[in-house]
Write a protein that binds this ligand. Sequence first.
Ligand SMILES: Cc1cc2nc3c(=O)[nH]c(=O)nc-3n(C[C@H](O)[C@H](O)[C@H](O)COP(=O)(O)OP(=O)(O)OC[C@H]3O[C@@H](n4cnc5c(N)ncnc54)[C@H](O)[C@@H]3O)c2cc1C
Length: 294
Amino acid sequence: MKPAPFAYYAPSSVADALDAISRADDPEDLKVLAGGQSLVPMLNLRLAQPGTLLDINKLGREWGNIELDPAAVRVGALVRQRAAERSAVVTEWCPLLAEALPHVAHVQIRTRGTIGGSIAHADPAAELPVVALALDAQLHITGLRGERSVPAAGFFQGFFTTALAPDELLSRIDFPRLPAGSGTSFAEVSRRRGDFALVAAAAVVTVREGRIADARLAFAGVAPCPVRSVAAESALRAAEPAPDVVESAAQAAAGALTPRADVHGSASYRRHMARVLAIKALTTALERSVSPGG
Ligand SMILES: Cc1cc2nc3c(=O)[nH]c(=O)nc-3n(C[C@H](O)[C@H](O)[C@H](O)COP(=O)(O)OP(=O)(O)OC[C@H]3O[C@@H](n4cnc5c(N)ncnc54)[C@H](O)[C@@H]3O)c2cc1C
C-alpha cells in the first residue's frame, strides 16, 4: 500500500516549524515525521492518514546534539539512535541508555530512528521510554504556547499516549547524571534479537554506606505504557544489598503487575519474566554501583 495523500512541509528552523503548525487547519490532522521508522510503515498501511506531514529532519542543527551538562546528559530529540549508541558521552554518563540502545530494532533502523521519535511514539514494548522513566528523565516540549518540561513519570500516559498535545514537539530529553555509588542495568526478553521487548526491566540504584539509598525499577511490555514499581522501590530503599532483598523486591514488583495476554505471551509468562528480569537488572545494577562507604 501507499500512503493517502498529504500536504508536506519541511521547515528549516524551529520557528518555521511552529509557523507551519499555527497555519494547520486542525493540529490533530498533522503528524510529525522524525526518523520515520514507526510513522512511515503506519502511513503505508494507512493506519495513519494525516492531512499534513511536518518533516522536522532539517531541525537537526537545533535538536540534533548531545551535550554534557553538570546535571544531565542533554539529548536533542533528533539525535539518531545509532549516534547516541556510539556517543562517548552517552556511554560514560548515561550507561543505561547505552546498554538499552542495541536492543532497539536493527542497526539500519537505529541509523534513521531518533531518540525523540521513540519516546514521543511511546510504544509500550519499546526500550527507550522505559529507560527515560527509570532515569527520571525530563522531557522538553516546544509549542505555540511556549516551552515546558515534563518528568518522564508524567509524560507516558497510556497506550501510545503522552503528555504531548497535537500542536507540540518534543525538543530534548535530559537524562539526569547519577550520584556516586550508582549503578544501572537493562534486561530484556524478546522473541528474536531486534524485536520489541516481550518484557524489559530497567534498574537504577544508589548505594551509600552499605545501604540502598535510592532505587528505581521500571518495566516495558507489561502495561499500556512503561511503569515504575513502587512496591519494589520501597522494598529496596534503606535495605542492605543482598540477594534475598533483591528477590523479594522483584517478587513484590511482579505481584503488583497485571499484564495482558496477547499472541506473543500469556499474562502469567509476562509476570514471571518481569520477576526474572527484575532480579537480573537489580543484581547487575547493584554490582555496578560503587559504594563510597561500603
Ligand atoms: C522493523 C522495525 C523494528 C523495530 N523494532 C523496534 C524495537 O525493537 N524497539 C523499539 O523501541 N523500536 C523499534 N522500532 C521503532 C523504531 O525504534 C523507531 O525509530 C521509533 O519508534 C520512532 O522513531 P522515529 O524517529 O523513527 O519516529 P517517527 O517514525 O518519525 O515518528 C513516530 C511517532 O512519533 C512522533 N514524533 C516523532 N518525533 C517527534 C517529536 N520530536 N515531537 C513530537 N512527535 C514526534 C511522530 O509524529 C509519530 O507519531 C522498530 C521499527 C521497525 C521498522
